[in-house]
Design a protein around this ligand. Structure first.
Ligand SMILES: N[C@@H](CCC(=O)N[C@@H](CS)C(=O)NCC(=O)O)C(=O)O
Length: 208
């Protein structure tokens, strides 16, 4: 999904690792994720989803990151640091994405317009600010989330943090460590912006 931070995570890692793939767009409005043939691949009806030529299928952005990133420079070899990386990735899904990404989705996707109400948006703002502050506190002590080197945790938390202000209406002005970290992640080789799509890219069926 070109507009999705969860999909951006996968585009980022694949680009960094030089993994070749055919990209199939499944933007909201294309109907791709609600088609029976897609629901057979992922009954949850969500992207990103990776399909191998032999028919294997893997969904959940962070499972995809771990599958392709395990054993590369993006996973620490130390078992404890590896688990700390996973701690951030589980937290991302449970807390960060559930506030920062959800508020951005409500504000940006037309089909979520009915949710643009104070009683929905304000608690998401408060939770999101707290979660961004938690990242800031960590990044005041280490350059990347798990220490001195970039890991899957940074790739995982980059997309929705990078668009937290522009799409989610959050305020990073007091979070200098997060701002510096965003630039540090962007400087890592192979970085691509949310809008970037690979050359071998096609629209999903029926998406125009
Ligand atoms: N936990 C999942 C969340 C995936 C997800 O929510 N995907 C959204 C886009 S960000 C989606 O596919 N929406 C399509 C739909 O709801 O029809 C992951 O990390 O991959």
């Amino acid at each position: 999904m070109p507009s999705s931070g969860n999909s951006h995570k996968v585009r980022l890692l694949f680009r960094k690792l030089g993994i070749e793939y055919r990209h199939v767009a499944a933007e909201y409005g294309s109907g791709v994720t609600t088609r029976p043939e897609f629901l057979r691949k992922n009954p949850h009806g969500r992207v990103p989803l990776v399909e191998w030529d032999d028919g294997r299928i893997l969904s959940e952005s962070n499972a995809i990151l771990f599958h392709f990133g395990d054993g590369t420079k993006f996973t620490p070899s130390d078992p404890f640091l590896r688990s700390k990386m996973l701690e951030w990735m589980f937290w991302e899904q449970n807390s960060h994405e559930a506030s920062v990404a959800v508020r951005a989705a409500i504000l940006n996707y037309a089909h979520r317009e009915a949710e643009r109400r104070t009683e929905v948006l304000d608690p998401l703002f408060d939770a999101g600010q707290r979660n961004l502050a938690r990242m800031n506190a960590q990044l005041e002590t280490t350059p990347f989330l798990v220490g001195d080197d970039i890991t899957l945790a940074d790739i995982c938390l980059y997309p929705y943090t990078a668009t937290a202000e522009s799409r989610g209406g959050f305020d990073l002005s007091e979070m200098q460590a997060v701002i510096t970290w965003l630039a540090r992640v962007e400087a890592d080789p192979g970085h691509v912006a949310l809008e970037w799509l690979p050359e071998r890219s096609q629209n999903g069926p029926g998406s125009g």
